[in-house]
Design a protein around this ligand. Sequence first.
Ligand SMILES: Cc1ncc(COP(=O)(O)O)c(C=O)c1O
Length: 391
Amino acid sequence: MKYNFDEPINRKNTNCEKWDNCIERFGKADLLPLWVADMDFKTPDFIINALKQRLEHEVLGYAIRPRSFYDSVKNWLQRRGWEIDTKKLSFSPGIVPAINFAVNVFTQPGDSILINTPVYHPFMYAVNNNGRRLLKNSLVNSGDGYYTIDFDDFETKLASGVKMFIFCSPHNPVGRVWTVEELDKIGELCLKYNVLVVSDEIHSDLVFRPNKHTYLASVSKDLAQQTITFIAPSKTFNTAGLYSSVVYSDNEELFGRFNKFVNNLSISQGTIFGDVAFEAAYTHGEDWLSQLLEYLNGNFEFVVDYLRNNIPQITTRKPEGTYLMWLDCSGLNMSSAQLHEFMVSAGLAMNPGRIFGDEGTLFMRLNAATTRANLQNAMKYLHNAMEKRKL
Ligand SMILES: Cc1ncc(COP(=O)(O)O)c(C=O)c1O
């Protein structure tokens, strides 16, 4: 079946955070939103149909998670080169909650936790809000928007007594898909300093050829014993509002401690709809996903070409993974506050890069998971704002 990602979907007035919350977050309602990390495409038919079919039963009492749910996760990961044991799969109503749970289960107040910055901002909140000490390993921008890990600094920080490293793979917002060599090095150092790795791999399906995602825990048996991995189909299949994700560790003790925590909170059951959508995604999602990736790749190419040809003051590159583009706006010669104001007055709601860390001060994050027509309009708005600036 051929899916049509060009189909415009009106999300306004649907209590949609991205489209209905601009006034609250940007002070203006009529903006083209390219911020919140969900997609403006329809959640695929095989998920919607599974949900409809479940609704037809018309009884929504307590449910259990069937064997087929666990098998869908196992098979999805197996097709991507990672063998897991479904007995060590735990559940969380979302990955941000799972990160917070892990911080509480595996560290104590005052413990140091390391992250790579810039990074998805809830990583910082999870450390700071739980009274842990935040250590940052700044990613290195090679100048053309390609980021790498400064392993000398990474090791120095680990050696200072870090208890946990929260890893974003693929990386939001810089769009890297980490290579096996990079993962090996991370693993080697975290094992050397006995640092637990919390690996957020929510974007692992959103990877563009020739890049290939490797699950950190699949790199070596030793590292698998020291890693807890979070995955979900919610970004890939646009089901973020259903709050359903899984947590895995090969290490019985890590799995057991995490699982006990979510069981004690009585949230491991999730919701009927979250489970149904999750299983349908990982059972039937391959064809839809490959068409989605092709469309997103076209979106990236459009934005990269448009900026290069029309607004060279803003530079970006095609992400290796995620549907998020990281725009270097330093060529506009504006302060961070002016940059934010400029984008809003252009008619665009994007995430200001500063929320992801100081390294992002002169960047904006653009969510490219929308129709090509929306992106064409966004680029037109930006171009008009640049022309006005010249006057
Ligand atoms: C790296 C990363 N982790 C987690 C999330 C959110 O996960 P959840 O909605 O399951 O809490 C996002 C959303 O953008 C993300 O980019």
